[in-house]
Design a protein around this ligand. Sequence first.
Ligand code: 4AD
Ligand code: MG
Length: 486
Amino acid sequence: MDVGFPKQASVKRHTVSQLLDTTLVGQEVTVCGWVRTFRNDQFLSVNDGSSLENLQLVIDRDNTSEALRKRLNTGAAICAVGQLVESQGQGQATEVEVGSLEVLGDADPEVYPIQMKRHTMEFLREKAHLRFRTSTFNAVFRLRHGLQFAIHEYFDQNGFYMLHTPIVTGSDAEGAGEMFQVTTLDLDNVPKTEDGAVDHAADFFGKPANLTVSGQLEAELGAMALGKVYTFGPTFRAENSNTSRHLAEFWMIEPEVAFNDLTDNMDLAEDCLRFVLSKVLERYPAELEFLAKREAEAEKQLPVDQRNEMGLIERLRFVTENPFVRITYTEAIDLLRNSKPYKKKKFKYPVEWGIDLQSEHERWLVEKKFNQPVILTDYPAKIKAFYMRANDDGKTVAAMDVLVPGIGELVGGSQREERLEVLQKKCADFDIPEDHVWWYLDTRKFGTAPHAGFGMGFERLVMFATGMTNIRDVIPFPRTPQNAEF
Ligand code: 4AD
Ligand code: MG
């Protein structure tokens, strides 16, 4: 067997995915990838990211040097040329009888951290630069790609325009004040005004700026002319919450539609979710099956009442086939106050009209009471953002949150306040100076119209679709408090 770089490699490479079925059987093929395992000095299992499955390369033991075989360690990059044949062994349709093979990059087994055993998710998070090489992350990130592709597909097919909203902005859309400041001021020598405040006139933009928490306000401006728009961009929140569902940097899908009311908005969220989940069910069956098995395996460690009643694929099917439950916040409070955990004082946080629902309350509703996605609407105005449309009762707003089992809030949205005077009053109530949002108010001065939209947390969607239980494991490089490695 030749040792040395296969000359044919520069001619035409095949992907593992292409070589796994029998179409190319009988041909000479070139394949490059990373070693997963090397068994019996003969069977080399290789993955190149093009599929979840590995390709088996069969090496002629008698015609390869021991020196070369010793280098075929897990993680090494190789390139091989050989004949694609139908596999004699079980577990694969095809295999490559290797004619020549070269190690492009070694991976010293003494120090290469990703071995062919089960690693914990925590361990792999610290090796986020290499965890793509595991089957779990191969499946998760290919599904993540599939989901984002399906989202663009959905909106494109439904007449939406993708609008790139700014990442650096002067506005705080959610009014929650959890923003990362953006400045070029010298922090060791901050310029001050006469009264001792930071002199933002000297800053890059001549005023305070921050990373966006949401593209909504700008998307609304687009919707008021283009009709249907969406933005799908990175958003940033400096909330110091170290939970399995929060990131400091996450991606959000935000559609905004002129002339839609709250019911249209709920229909859109359901339809969109159903579409993207059915697309991945159709396109990624192997990945979903792998993740479903993985989840079932992981759940064996949990007490029975904490396991999912349905498997991953069943859950996704269920969502694509059943309408979501729709109830008002007020109805939810009643249900909660009549619930067993409430009566037995098992909830940590109080349940009364006017409070923001805690995750324990949301979980009871979606996982215990209904065991399916629930849309809660018409929240108290005081606990929601200034832009939500005031209902006639004077207490609630036309808000909606979509809650899903295992995740909690996946979508937050509302019909927007389109009446200028009501919005101006809201700005005053929420201490938002009108001259900060003059451009937003302008759309209510010139051709105002009812409109509605929502934000879907993309990583929470990926969690739901993959069954992964920690949000840090569905984004390549998570940003969380005290952590911005890689
Ligand atoms: O409910 P939120 O804060 O809504 C908005 O930002 C609106 N401006 C959206 C709109 O109407 N256009 O966030 C929307 C969604 C949440 O439901 C959640 O899925 C996700 O974004 N999200 C987060 N995901 C990960 N980490 C965080 N820290 C998140 N905060 C919100
Ligand atoms: Mg929300």
